[in-house]
Design a protein around this ligand. Structure first.
Ligand code: LLP
Length: 420
C-alpha cells in the first residue's frame, strides 16, 4: 500500500521527511507533541496564487487566524503578503512581524471600539464592515481622531459553500456580512460620512471548500454588485473575495492555489480594480504536521485503541468538525495493516483522531505525523487537561529551528493570582 505524500512531506528511504529533514530528528530533539512547518510549502502556495492570477492586480492578505506564529508571519512579510485580521491581537502580531498596516484588512462581526481605534491609528487598508451600526461607529471614531478610515462592506451573498456547517459563513442564516439589498443603501450612507473612505467590497462565504465553484459564483455576484455601485457613482477600487479554498486532508483533492487563481482570472475578465484574497488554510495547512508518539495500545472488546501523546487540546479539528487528518508513522511499514481507533489522552470521547481507520500496526514508542495540521492546529490549541501547548519548529531546506518553545508546566498557572 503506497503512502499518501503531501507536498513537501515525502518519504526518503522509507522515512517521512519535511523538505530534506528527517522528522525523527525533530521529534528526538524537541520531543512530542510538536508542530512542524515547512517554509518551502508556504512559499510554494503563495507562488501558486501569484502564478494563477498572473496579470490580475492583486494583494494576498494571509488570514492570520489560521496560524499566527511569528515565524510564519515573517515569511508572509518577506513574500510581500498582507494580513486579514480578526482582532487587535492579530493586528499587533502582524505588525510585529513586519507586515505593513496598509496591507491589512480587518473582518469580524464584533470589532470592539478600542480595536477600531487601533486599526485607524495604525492606518490599515480597510475595515470590512459587518453591520450598519459598525459603520456609524467607525465614522464616529475616525472623526474624533481627525482621520478617515478605509472601509468595505462585507456582503452576505447567500451562497452555499457546501462545506461543514460550522465553517459556512455566506448563507443568510449565518451571522456574517450584510445582505446585498441592504448593502447598496449602506454604501450610499457611507459616501456622505466624513470619517470614512469607501475602498472596497468584500465577502467570505466559508472555509475548506473542496469545490471552488461556489467561490467563483461569489466572484461573479460581487463583480455585478461592484459594477452597480460604480454606475451609481461610488468607486470601488478593491474587490475582496475572502479565503476559503480547501486543502488535501485525505483523499479529496481541491483546486490548487494556482488552479483556483487561474479560474478566478478567467472569471474576472476585464476587471479593472485590485483583487484581494484572504487565504488562511491554503497557505499553511499542508505546510504543517503534528508529530506525536504512541503511548499505549489497548483492546476493549471489539476495538483496538492506539493512544497518542497528542490530544484534542493540541489539534481540535477532528473533535470539532469531524475532520479526518491522515496519520503516518514516521518510518514507513510495509507490514500488514489493522483497523484501529487512534485517540488522545484527554478525558473526552471526542478526543479521537481516527475512528476505525486502517493503519499500519503501531507500537508504543512509534512516532507518527498527523498531516495537514498547519492551519487551525496550534491556533486553536489549549491547555485543557493541564497540558502545556506544543513546541513549533520551522523547516527550511535541510535545516530546522525551534520557533516557539513548548509551554512549561508553570505556564499552566503563571497568570493565576494567589492569595497573600
Ligand atoms: N477571511 C475571513 C473573513 C474568514 O472568516 C476566514 C476564516 C478566512 C478569511 C480564512 O479562511 P480559509 O482560507 O482559512 O478557509 N477553524 C476552522 C476554520 C475556521 C475559518 C474561519 N474563517 C477549521 O479548523 O476548519
Amino acid at each position: 500500500m503506497s503512502r499518501i505524500q503531501l507536498g513537501t512531506y515525502a518519504d526518503r528511504n522509507g522515512v517521512l521527511h519535511g523538505e530534506s529533514v528527517d522528522l525523527r530528528e525533530i521529534a528526538d530533539r524537541f520531543g512530542t507533541p510538536t508542530y512542524v512547518y515547512s517554509a518551502g510549502a508556504i512559499r510554494e502556495a503563495i507562488a501558486g496564487y501569484r502564478k494563477g492570477l498572473g496579470t490580475v492586480p492583486h494583494r494576498i492578505c494571509y488570514s492570520v487566524k489560521a496560524n499566527p506564529c511569528q515565524a510564519i508571519l515573517r515569511i508572509m512579510a518577506r513574500e510581500g503578503v498582507g494580513a486579514d485580521l480578526t482582532s487587535v491581537g492579530e493586528m499587533k502580531a502582524a505588525l510585529h512581524a513586519g507586515i505593513p498596516a496598509e496591507q491589512m484588512v480587518f473582518s469580524g462581526v464584533g470589532k470592539r471600539r478600542d480595536e477600531i481605534e487601533a486599526g485607524i491609528e495604525a492606518g490599515i487598508l480597510m475595515f470590512n464592515l459587518e453591520s450598519p451600526a459598525e459603520l456609524e461607529c467607525v465614522d464616529e471614531i475616525a472623526q474624533r481622531l481627525g482621520k478617515r478610515a478605509g472601509i468595505a462592506v462585507r456582503i452576505n451573498p447567500n451562497i452555499n459553500p457546501q462545506t461543514h456547517p460550522k465553517i459556512s459563513t455566506g448563507l443568510s442564516k449565518n451571522k456574517f456580512g450584510i445582505p446585498t439589498d441592504q448593502a447598496i443603501d449602506l454604501y450610499r450612507r457611507a459616501q456622505h460620512m466624513p470619517g470614512v473612505e469607501i475602498r472596497g467590497i468584500a465577502c467570505h462565504i466559508g472555509s475548506s471548500l473542496i469545490d471552488s465553484g461556489p467561490l467563483l459564483e461569489a466572484c461573479t455576484l460581487m463583480l455585478g454588485l461592484r459594477k452597480r455601485l460604480i454606475d451609481d457613482g461610488i468607486p470601488i477600487p478593491y474587490l475582496d473575495l475572502g479565503g476559503g479554498l480547501g486543502i488535501q486532508y485525505h483523499k479529496e483533492v481541491p483546486d490548487s492555489p494556482q488552479r483556483y487563481g487561474e479560474r478566478l482570472r478567467e472569471r474576472l475578465g476585464d476587471f479593472d480594480g485590485t483583487l484581494i484574497l484572504e487565504p488562511g488554510r491554503s497557505l499553511v495547512g499542508n505546510a504543517g504536521v503534528l508529530l506525536s508518539t504512541v503511548l499505549y495500545r489497548k483492546v476493549n472488546g471489539e476495538r483496538t485503541f492506539v493512544i497518542l501523546d497528542a490530544g484534542m487540546n493540541d489539534l481540535i479539528r477532528p473533535a470539532m468538525y469531524g475532520a479526518e487528518h491522515e496519520i503516518l508513522p514516521l518510518r514507513a511499514d510495509e507490514g500488514p495493516t489493522e483497523v484501529v481507533d487512534v485517540v488522545g489522552p484527554i478525558c473526552e470521547t471526542s478526543d479521537t483522531f481516527v475512528s476505525q481507520g486502517e493503519l499500519p500496526r503501531l507500537e508504543p514508542g512509534d512516532r507518527v505525523a498527523i498531516l495537514s495540521a498547519g492551519a487551525y492546529g496550534m491556533a486553536m490549541a489549549s491547555q485543557y487537561n493541564g497540558r502545556p501547548r506544543p513546541a513549533e519548529v520551522l523547516i527550511e531546506g535541510n535545516r530546522f529551528r525551534l520557533v516557539r518553545k513548548r509551554e512549561s508546566i508553570e505556564d499552566l498557572w503563571r497568570l493565576d493570582i494567589e492569595e497573600e
